[in-house]
Design a protein around this ligand. Structure first.
Ligand SMILES: [Zn+2]
Length: 83
């Protein structure tokens, strides 16, 4: 009787070990995914910053008052002078 009880205990220990190892593996996977997400975020921010720079370069400023003007508009929205 005591023999089977010892076996039961061993099985429980083994299961705990498996759970621990699985947990570690999951943790590693999450960390890996997190790193990928982080690098992706970095790339996304870089792309957005580049886009912002391009937007700045494309935007016009009024020669008369210095207000920023949409590239498609022909008149300054602030002083109303033709560009
Ligand atoms: Zn103006």
């Amino acid at each position: 009787m005591s023999g089977s009880e010892a076996k039961k205990k061993e099985k429980t220990v083994k299961l705990e070990k498996v759970a621990e190892e699985t947990g570690e593996l999951i943790g590693k996977g999450i960390r890996k995914t997190w790193n990928v997400a982080k690098s992706f975020e970095k790339g996304l921010v870089g792309t957005l910053e580049k886009r912002e720079e391009r937007k700045d370069a494309a935007s016009l400023t009024c020669q008369h008052c210095g207000a920023s003007i949409l590239p498609s508009s022909n008149f300054c929205a602030r002083c109303g002078k033709k560009l």
